[in-house]
Design a binder for this molecule. Structure first.
Ligand code: NDP
Ligand code: MG
Length: 383
């Protein structure tokens, strides 16, 4: 029985993970769950999965859970997430909260040399170089990527040696606004940006997909996870979202992973790897129904998110932390209708231009830059 901790169990990835566990009760047991504002859903999950520990984001949620489950160990807020990262009984921790808030728990789990199923790409963007340093110190810790592209790359890399990798090819759906001009994007409404053509995901990542910032974050995530130079990480728009990403080897062979657009496969694989198991929760792909697969260049002029991320990634040091934090707040401001769609790019660009690059030595450095960037954006663009 593998004991699983899910950070962000009330979210899109979290609920998919519970669906995987629901279908494999003989293999997986929930040890801990966490939610932020949605305590009502967390309560339902507690009833169904009987975790030993939970963490919740709000005082109100804390009160309600304590009232209903007086004997349950309940933590709260940022400290609560960290506590769930420190559980020695854990076998696998799925980090699927949204944003760089996931970093501390990830760091704790690495120190305990756990398996980390990592959906939370912002952690790898904001803190990748530090996380990699830590992974060298704790060699038995392992990160298995859950982000579909990185799971596909992870799987593709198994068919060759690292030294023989020529390029990583990350595929992108192109987002909701593929083919649109800058002019057409000026007055985009929040509701329009929240309609993703292929994937059903949380609000923040759906906006990130529409700006291509998501793909930019994924480029940095790939660089940090797989140690491949930015020059050798390519992005291709693949509107069908069937090929989840590919690896090109030196001999010209391109290996990719195909599958339905459903996060349950990469989640389950991160739990069962190196085994691959059947599950009623997983669907197979009928290529005869798909018929054709197409690939095209992304439009980098309109969707500046991609190049901003390449720029931040190549500069390295504290710059990816700034890119990530500025984007998190920009998306929040857009979702709250405080700024227009294209201003998301302006905020990231200005925050990066304003930032004086610093070395990242430890977690405190990351948190300091993360907070300073958030404050800077709020001060300049309002709350
Ligand atoms: P959701 O918005 O659906 O869920 C986010 C989860 O994090 C919820 O459980 C939410 O709690 C919790 N949360 C929100 N704010 C905080 C906070 N301040 N402190 C602690 N917990 C918080 O996001 P997704 O599931 O879509 O995405 C999660 C992560 O996975 C992201 O990093 C995303 O980039 C990545 N990812 C997601 C994919 C997807 O298909 N959804 C695909 C690939 C990667 P509550 O809802 O209770 O407030
Ligand atoms: Mg992805």
């Amino acid at each position: 029985m593998k004991k699983i901790v899910i950070l962000g169990s009330t979210g899109s990835i979290g609920t998919n993970a519970l669906e995987i566990i629901r279908n494999k009760k003989e293999k997986f047991k929930v040890l801990a769950l966490s939610g932020h504002s949605n305590y009502k859903l967390l309560i339902k999950q507690i009833i169904e999965f009987s975790p030993k520990y939970v963490s919740i984001g709000t005082e109100k949620g804390y009160g309600e859970i304590k009232k209903q489950f007086p004997n349950l160990k309940v933590f709260i807020g940022r400290e609560g997430l960290k506590k769930l990262g420190q559980l020695v009984e854990t076998d696998i921790i799925l980090v699927s909260v949204i944003g760089a808030i996931g970093i501390e728990a990830t760091v704790e789990a690495i120190k305990l040399e756990k398996r980390i199923a990592l959906a939370n790409k912002e952690t790898m963007v904001a803190g990748g170089s530090y996380i990699n340093k830590l992974l060298k110190q704790y060699p038995n810790a392992e990160i298995i990527p859950v982000d579909s592209e990185h799971s596909a790359i992870f799987q593709s890399l198994l068919s060759g040696k690292k030294k023989d990798v020529k390029n990583i090819i990350i595929t992108a759906s192109g987002g909701t606004f593929r083919g649109k001009t800058r002019e057409e994007l000026k007055n985009i409404k929040v509701s329009e940006a929240l309609k993703h053509p292929n994937w059903s995901m949380g609000r923040k990542i759906t906006i990130d997909s529409s700006t291509l910032v998501n793909k930019g974050l994924e480029v940095i995530e790939a660089h940090e996870l797989f140690g491949v130079d930015y020059e050798n990480i390519k992005v291709m728009v693949h509107p069908e979202s069937i090929v989840h990403s590919m690896v090109e080897f030196n001999d010209g062979a391109i290996i990719g992973q195909f599958g339905v657009t459903d996060m349950k496969l990469p989640i389950q694989l991160a739990f069962t790897y190196p085994d691959r198991e059947e599950s009623p929760a997983l669907k197979s792909l009928d290529l005869l129904k798909v018929k054709s697969l197409t690939f095209e260049e992304p439009n980098r002029k309109v969707f500046k998110g991609l190049d901003l991320a390449y720029r931040a990634g190549k500069i390295g040091k504290s710059m990816p932390t700034v890119l990530n934090a500025a984007n998190e707040i920009a998306v929040e401001l857009f979702l709250n209708e405080k700024i227009k769609f294209l201003e998301i790019y302006d905020i990231i660009e200005e925050a990066m231009a304003e930032h004086k690059i610093e070395e990242i030595d430890d977690l405190e450095d990351i948190l300091k830059i993360d907070i300073a960037t958030r404050e800077w954006v709020y001060k300049k663009f309002g709350r």
